[in-house]
Design a protein around this ligand. Structure first.
Ligand code: THU
Length: 160
């Protein structure tokens, strides 16, 4: 995975090469990242023990979500959808950026830090091709995380 470096006032990110994500809202990247890390602590994940937090910038406001598992398994909702649906319920409609935190440690492999397929499709409903997705590298990592565009995560996505 090749990447270039992107530095905001307080943090350094890896921009994964390919379609460049839109970085217009980078001033709130740190706020998104810390909201995503904070809300992860509220996850209800007694079955997988895999806690996830997400924060999404929608129409100027930050909405938070965590995974909420269920004894029936299939009723489980991921952190990203929980955050996005909170914004939608509040009347927001457009995703400017989304952050995702899974493992607390920087050793979590990238496959376990990226959004699942269902969440990618839900992000696509309210985002643009170049909308940045911030993938938390984990506390203690030398950089804040990877920045990828929606297009990189879900090319050829379904639309009606
Ligand atoms: N999970 C998320 O919250 N977001 C993702 O993108 C991947 C998976 C949750 C669902 C489930 O509670 C746990 O992580 C293990 O799959």
């Amino acid at each position: 995975m090749s990447a270039s470096i992107f530095t905001t006032q307080k943090s350094t990110w890896h921009i994964v090469s390919g379609l460049a994500p839109s970085l217009q809202d980078s001033s709130q990247f740190e706020e998104l990242l810390s909201a995503s890390r904070d809300v992860r602590r509220n996850a209800h994940a007694p079955y997988s023990n895999f806690l996830v937090g997400s924060a999404v910038l929608m129409d100027g406001n930050i909405y938070r979500g965590c995974n909420v598992e269920n004894a029936s398994y299939g009723a489980t909702i991921c952190a990203e959808r929980s955050a996005i649906f909170s914004g939608i319920a509040d009347g927001a409609r457009s995703i400017a950026a989304l952050a995702l935190t899974t493992g607390p440690e920087n050793s979590t492999p990238i496959e376990q830090r990226t959004p699942c397929g269902i969440c990618r499709q839900v992000i696509a409903e309210f985002a643009e091709s170049d909308t940045p997705i911030l993938i938390d590298a984990g506390a203690g990592a030398e950089y804040a995380g990877e920045i990828v565009s929606l297009e990189q995560l879900l090319p050829w996505r379904f639309k009606l």
